[in-house]
Design a protein around this ligand. Structure first.
Ligand code: UDP
Length: 342
């Protein structure tokens, strides 16, 4: 196979795991990143895992149209997977213009550059955030989207619409798949790549692992009075390697012309709701560590319960989540220990 995939934001948490899986599947990969939100740890980890010292890296700011265009001129790109975006919900509320400018402009430039080169396959990393607080769970791809509760969430909804409209107008030049991720967690089994949050983590699992290693004093569980079995929120935690593999299935589906529509949407989740408390308990049990935690007030903007109905991805793409929460939490802990040199 001689197909090339451009991975924008390829040095980050999801991008690095996707790069590993694409290489394993035989694709040529070009990693592009401006390192605005990550360092080179994961990129170096990818090279180690895959033994690909020659892995192409382009330091590119996709907000610059010329830079985006130059990448498409330099490589014969068959598909682009777009991750290059800011992702902190709280920060997006404080700095909406920064989020709209970065997340929209970079995507517009990627689409324009792809079109200027005659088109390609586009995989967009969307999020379950587009469903907001759903009226019914689990959510299918047909579940109506709800108004986003943050500028970050808004950029996901807007990019979905931009992509759909652009594909429609492209007269077959662009084909696209939107993957709506649920809660990606964990790390590569090698413990050479994983999540590297800057500052205090917003997400649950990095906060858990940092508390367990002693970097944080105490985990706050936000809310124990939700209308759920144990009072804490329910989410669909998807293993990062399973999630990465979904991208390979999606890229192959586009490349092999197996799509039923020019713009398809798939939920990427397990279909299994897990509460915050269950996750914390599982982490302690599987890793044999005691976690310092307390209940705290609800976090504004959190939805009570959301999990995926992944039937469409299972049936159409042939992809299915395979790893248990326990395996995933073991990998997350191994990664945190690797970072601490333990
Ligand atoms: N959460 C928590 N303490 C934390 C971080 C998160 O209790 O320090 C909870 C949060 O309220 C939510 C779940 O963990 O119910 C997942 O949150 P996360 O930020 O990881 O992902 P989200 O679902 O918000 O995208």
């Amino acid at each position: 196979m001689d197909k090339t995939v451009l991975v924008s934001g390829g040095a980050g948490f999801i991008g690095s795991h996707v790069t590993v899986e694409l290489l394993a599947a035989g694709y040529n990969v070009v990693v592009a990143d401006n390192f605005s939100n990550c360092d080179r740890t994961c990129f170096e980890g990818v090279k180690k895992i895959t033994g690909r010292e020659d892995l192409p890296l382009e330091v590119v700011d996709f907000c610059n149209a010329d830079e985006a265009k130059a990448i498409f001129e330099k490589y014969p790109i068959d598909a682009v997977i777009h991750f290059a975006a800011f992702k902190a919900v709280g920060e997006s509320v404080a700095k909406p213009l920064m989020y709209y400018k970065n997340n929209l402009q970079s995507f517009l430039n990627v689409l324009q550059a792809a079109l200027d080169k005659g088109g390609c396959n586009v995989l967009f990393s969307s999020s379950a955030t587009v469903y907001g607080e759903p009226d019914k769970v689990p959510v299918t791809e047909e579940t109506p989207r709800k108004p986003a509760t943050s500028p970050y969430g808004n950029t996901k909804t807007m990019c979905e619409d931009i992509l759909r409209d652009t594909v429609k107008a492209s007269e077959g030049k662009l084909k696209s798949i939107l993957l709506r991720y649920f809660n990606p967690i964990g790390a590569h089994p090698s413990a050479l790549i994983g999540e590297l949050p800057r500052g205090v983590p917003n997400n649950l699992v990095p906060f858990i692992t940092q508390t367990a290693i002693g970097k944080r004093e105490c985990l706050s569980i936000f809310g124990n009075d939700y209308p759920t079995p144990d009072g804490t929120c329910l989410r669909d935690y998807i293993d990062i390697v399973d999630l990465a593999k979904a991208h390979v299935f999606a890229v192959t589906r586009m490349m092999e012309g197996k799509m039923k529509q020019d713009c398809e949407v798939f939920n990427v989740g397990t279909g299994r709701p897990v509460s915050v408390l269950e996750l914390v308990n599982a982490f302690e049990k599987v890793n044999g560590v005691k976690l310092n935690w307390k209940f705290a007030p609800r976090r504004p903007g959190d939805v009570t319960a959301i999990w995926a109905d992944p039937t469409l991805a299972n049936r159409e793409m042939g992809w299915k989540a395979t790893r248990t929460v326990e395996e995933t939490l073991k990998a997350a802990w191994a990664w945190e220990k690797h970072l601490a040199g333990k």
